[in-house]
Write a protein that binds this ligand. Structure first.
Ligand code: NAD
Length: 304
């Protein structure tokens, strides 16, 4: 059975170019009515125009789909509300939210200004939260929602010169981790893609020989599956680019109990650091409570 979004309304942020445009086109081609949101600014977030969003709307309409353009900034809570309201006014519902909008202000921490930090965190992290807050009541009411977040290998694993971006992108994973619990009861599923694709954001970073392989469309297929009503996955992160799809998970090692009921000295910690860091037997946890239960179980276990 093919994946369809007939009678579904999707909002894709930052959909005027790159990955967002590709997501919007794919969802629309499968029957979704799409709010194409894009501030229409430069890669660093400066400027703004409705034109990029309108261009994508024209592409969707030319292919027989339905879409409206919106140029509100996701970093503005009122803008996020207006964007969601536009979907409600037009079609009366919001089923899918793809939090994709993003900017870059790459600098080492030595050269980074608080404004560079705040601007990047505002668009990626606060923007994903504001759009989600605005869409959530409608999803809860409908007992259905699919939300896709956009993180990055830079946040998951680190990258030189991207402290603001990496912090925001891993913050988005934290956002998802909480929301997967809050949404479970209402069939609101929240998942995350970590894309690698050729866009204006990455065109100077990717070597020419692999550029033809890095089509945004590869990422959109993953996004579409996360948006599918029949997909029950939630809290998953998938790294995706050029046909490569791999789950990323945060794991905790088996750990070691030190101090025999007393606070261990720093020297004891030092002497056991290799065991503390041993990832053999590592496993993921569903929630903070599950981690607590494990720790409490360990400390209450009778000593051998
Ligand atoms: P892009 O620059 O083509 O697209 C980002 C879009 O977001 C732009 O059209 C921009 O106008 C829009 N935008 C920026 N600020 C906005 C705001 N405040 N409100 C609304 N729209 C805004 O770049 P892209 O590569 O398509 O990036 C899409 C997402 O994927 C970003 O979150 C980015 O961090 C992430 N990402 C991309 C890659 C990659 O390899 N391209 C890798 C990791 C993560």
């Amino acid at each position: 059975m093919s994946i369809r979004f007939d009678n579904r309304v999707a909002i894709v942020t930052g959909a005027g170019s790159g990955l967002g445009r590709s997501h919007a086109l794919l969802l629309a081609s499968r029957g979704a009515k799409v709010v194409v949101n894009d501030l229409g600014g430069a890669v660093d977030g400066s400027g703004g125009s409705l034109t990029p969003a309108q261009r994508v709307v024209a592409e969707i309409e030319a292919a027989g789909g339905a879409a409206i353009a919106n140029a509100d900034s996701v970093a503005n809570p009122e803008g996020a509300k207006r964007m969601v309201q536009a979907a409600i006014d037009q079609w009366g519902r919001v089923d899918i939210l793809v939090n994709n909008a993003g900017i870059l202000r790459d600098r080492t921490i030595l050269k980074m200004t608080p404004e560079d930090f705040d601007a990047v965190v505002a668009v990626h992290l606060a923007g994903s939260a504001y759009c989600t807050m605005a869409a959530w009541p409608h999803m809860k009411e409908a007992n259905f929602g699919r939300i896709v977040m956009t993180t990055s290998a830079a946040g998951l694993f680190g990258n030189f010169g991207q402290a603001n971006y990496a912090a925001a992108k891993l913050g988005i994973v934290g956002l998802m981790n909480a929301l997967k619990h809050e949404g479970a009861k209402y069939d609101i599923r929240v998942n995350t893609v970590a894309p690698i694709a050729l866009t204006r954001m990455t065109e100077d970073l990717i070597s020419p020989d692999v550029k033809p392989r890095l089509k945004p469309e590869y990422v959109s297929s993953m996004v579409a599956w996360f948006c599918a009503p029949e997909n029950q996955a939630t809290g998953d992160i998938v790294e995706v680019g050029a046909g490569y799809y791999a789950r990323v998970q945060i794991m905790e090692g088996e750990g070691v109990l030190l101090g025999d009921g007393q606070v261990p000295t720093p020297e004891e910690v030092r002497d056991h650091y290799a065991r503390i860091c041993d990832m053999r037997g590592a496993k993921p946890f569903e929630s903070a409570n599950e981690v607590m239960r494990r720790v409490f179980g360990e400390i209450q276990r009778p000593s051998k």
